[in-house]
Design a protein around this ligand. Structure first.
Ligand SMILES: Nc1nc2c(ncn2[C@@H]2O[C@H](COP(=O)(O)OP(=O)(O)OP(=O)(O)O)[C@@H](O)[C@H]2O)c(=O)[nH]1
Ligand SMILES: [Mg+2]
Length: 305
C-alpha cells in the first residue's frame, strides 16, 4: 500500500539535539536566543549567568532543531553552586547529535582547553564557533586564530559567527541541519521550549538582579516563583528572591526600596512581553544563610537534580 502524504512528510523529518557549550560568558545564551528567534535564555555581561540547561526549539521546513543552552563550563576552586553548574552542563552531553563549541574570536583561552577536555568522549560532530567576530576591527584578524585552532581538534567545521549581530547564522543552521538524524519531530512545530511560563518568570527576575546589582551579589541569590496565577485580568506572579545574609537583603531592597522597585518593574515588562498579557508581579527578599554551599538547599530551590 502506498504511504499517505502525511506519512511521507513524517518520513522526511529530521530532528536532533544540538548542545551549546563553552566557557562562561562566550555568548552561548545570546546565540540560542538568536537561533530560536525569541529571548528564552537570560544573558548578561557577567560570567555564570546561566544556571539551568534550557531547551529552545526551532522548527523550519523538514527540520526540528532542539537547541540546548548550558551553564558555562569552568574549572577552579569550586563552591557547591559552581559544581552543580558543571554537572548540569555535562549531563546534557550524553545523548546529543551535534555540539556547538563556542570560543571568542579574539583568541583561544586556557578555559577553552578545559571545555575541550570535557568533549573527549563525545561522539557527535563538533562545530567550533569563534563568536563575537563583530568585535574584530578587521576580518583578517581571524586568520591567525583559524590557523591556531584548525589542528587542535577534529572539528566537523569551523564557523565564525556573531551571536549578537547574527552574522553567519544561516550558514551555521545549514551545517547543523546536515548533521540532524532522520526522525520524526519530538515537539509540535509551534512549541518554543519545554519549560513552563513560571520558570521563565523566575529567570527574568534573576536576569534583572544579575544586570543591576554589583559584581558578586547575584551569585548569592536565587529566585523562586511561589505563585503563578492566570485570571481574566492577567497574570499574578509572586516571587521570592533568596539571599544569604541580611546585608545582602538590604542591598537588593535598596534605599527606600528603590532597587527592588527597579528590578520588579523591568522584570514585569519582560514577563509581559513573553506571555503577551498584563502581569502583576510581587517580589519578596528573604534570607537563608549559606544556600550556595548546601547541596540539599540547592535541590529545594530547583538548582540541582
Ligand atoms: N560583541 C558581542 N558581544 C556578544 C556576542 N555574543 C554575546 N555577547 C555578549 O557577551 C556577554 C555574555 O553573553 P551570554 O550570552 O550571557 O554568555 P553565556 O556564554 O551564555 O554566559 P554564561 O551563561 O555565564 O556561561 C553579553 O554581554 C553578550 O551581550 C557577540 O556576538 N558580539
Ligand atoms: Mg548563558
Amino acid at each position: 500500500m502506498a504511504a499517505s502524504p502525511r506519512e511521507d512528510a513524517a518520513a522526511a523529518q529530521r530532528c536532533g539535539y544540538v548542545v551549546i557549550v563553552g566557557r562562561p560568558n562566550v555568548g552561548k545564551s545570546t546565540l540560542l536566543n538568536r537561533l530560536v528567534g525569541h529571548k528564552l535564555s537570560i544573558t548578561s555581561r557577567k560570567p555564570q549567568t546561566t544556571r539551568h540547561a534550557l531547551l529552545g526549539i526551532k522548527t523550519r521546513a523538514e527540520n526540528q532543531i532542539l537547541y540546548v543552552d548550558t551553564p558555562g563550563l569552568h574549572r577552579g576552586p569550586e563552591r557547591q553552586l559552581g559544581h552543580c553548574l558543571n554537572r548540569e552542563a555535562l549531563r546534557v552531553l550524553r545523548d546529543v547529535d551535534v555540539v556547538l563549541f563556542l570560543i571568542e574570536a579574539a583568541g583561544w583561552h586556557k578555559g577553552d582547553d578545559h571545555v575541550q577536555e570535557q568533549l573527549r568522549d563525545v561522539h557527535a560532530p563538533v562545530l567550533l564557533l569563534p563568536n563575537k567576530v563583530d568585535k574584530l576591527k578587521r576580518k583578517g584578524e581571524l586568520l591567525p586564530l583559524l590557523k591556531q585552532v584548525e589542528t587542535r581538534g577534529a572539528w566537523a567545521e569551523i564557523i565564525p559567527v556573531s551571536a549578537r549581530r547574527g552574522d553567519n547564522l544561516d550558514r551555521l543552521e545549514e551545517a547543523i541541519c546536515r548533521h540532524l538524524p532522520r526522525q520524526t519531530w519530538l515537539y509540535p512545530p509551534d512549541q518554543l521550549s519545554d519549560r513552563p511560563e513560571r520558570f521563565f518568570a523566575a529567570e527574568i527576575v534573576r536576569e534583572k538582579l544579575v544586570r543591576n546589582l554589583e559584581q558578586e551579589l547575584p551569585y548569592h541569590t536565587a529566585v523562586v516563583v511561589d505563585k503563578y496565577e492566570e485570571s481574566a485580568r492577567g497574570v499574578r506572579v509572586d516571587a521570592t528572591i533568596w539571599v544569604e545574609r541580611p546585608g545582602q537583603k538590604a542591598i537588593v531592597i535598596g534605599r527606600r526600596g528603590a532597587m527592588l522597585k527597579l528590578i520588579g518593574e523591568r522584570a514585569r515588562r519582560d514577563i509581559e512581553a513573553l506571555v503577551g498579557r498584563r502581569v502583576h508581579l510581587k517580589t519578596w527578599v528573604k534570607v537563608r544563610s549559606g544556600w550556595t554551599d548546601d547541596a540539599r538547599r540547592l535541590r529545594e530551590l530547583g538548582l540541582s537534580r
